[in-house]
Design a protein around this ligand. Structure first.
Ligand SMILES: [Zn+2]
Length: 233
């Protein structure tokens, strides 16, 4: 039962399991985020409110023009009815008609401005609608791809867990204790491979005596510098 080899295998499995767990957490977080969609929705609602406001303004402006035009028509009818003979009265009526025409012309300018503002609001609302649809579509395809990745990771994990359980059976309680302690204190890397006669984690060179011990299948050697369990393949 080569302790160092089994611990190295355990380390390899735990590194993979950690990486998968981290990614799954990330995915879960992204799946629950829909900031872009919410932002687009708020913009859409704002643009619809603006459009309604502009529509009301335009309608009011149209009504105003219509009412004054009706008034002008009545004034004109009176003027040409032949019923009014008094020159002063006729003159007043004529002046009233002229004043109304000027007023209507001003109101029509306002109406045009309202029409332009309404059309602009319509365009903005249409754009906001497209952007919201786009954001929803983007989110849906992102979610689909992430859900696919998540399923793959779950499958990988379900393969790794039994492997981990099997490897642990080949490790002494003492070795496992040491490993777990180092895993915590060494940021998830408790076992380092010996490469080019040195510790692959911290880079320090091993003494010839340590190199000899690293080859032994029964003893556990720790790096004199970083304290990690050393494994020589
Ligand atoms: Zn080291």
């Amino acid at each position: 039962m080569n302790q160092a080899l089994n611990l190295f295998r355990l380390q390899t499995l735990d590194t993979q399991i950690n990486r998968i767990g981290k990614r799954m957490k990330e995915i879960d977080l992204i799946l629950r985020q829909d900031e872009a969609v919410q932002k687009a929705l708020m913009k859409l609602e704002g643009s619809k409110q603006e459009l309604n406001k502009r529509r009301t303004e335009l309608k009011q402006s149209e009504n105003l023009v219509e009412a004054q035009q009706l008034k002008l028509k009545r004034s004109q009818t009176n003027l040409f009815s032949g019923k009014i003979k008094n020159p002063k009265e006729l003159q007043d009526l004529q002046q009233e008609s002229e004043a109304l025409r000027r007023y209507i012309s001003k109101l029509e300018d306002d109406q045009l401005a309202c029409m332009i503002a309404f059309e602009e609001a319509q365009q903005k609302s249409k754009m906001a609608e497209d952007q919201h649809k786009q954001a929803q579509g983007d989110k849906a395809s992102q979610n689909a791809s992430l859900s696919g990745e998540n399923m793959k990771l779950e499958k990988e994990l379900s393969n790794l867990i039994p492997q981990r359980q099997a490897v642990i059976l080949g490790i002494s309680a003492e070795g496992l204790n040491l490993y777990q302690g180092l895993l915590k204190s060494k940021k998830g890397l408790a076992v380092a491979e010996v490469l080019d006669d040195g510790c692959s984690a911290c880079g320090s060179t091993l003494t010839p005596g340590d190199l000899q011990s690293a080859r032994s299948p029964t003893t556990l050697l720790q790096c004199a510098t970083c304290g990690r369990i050393l494994f020589k393949s």
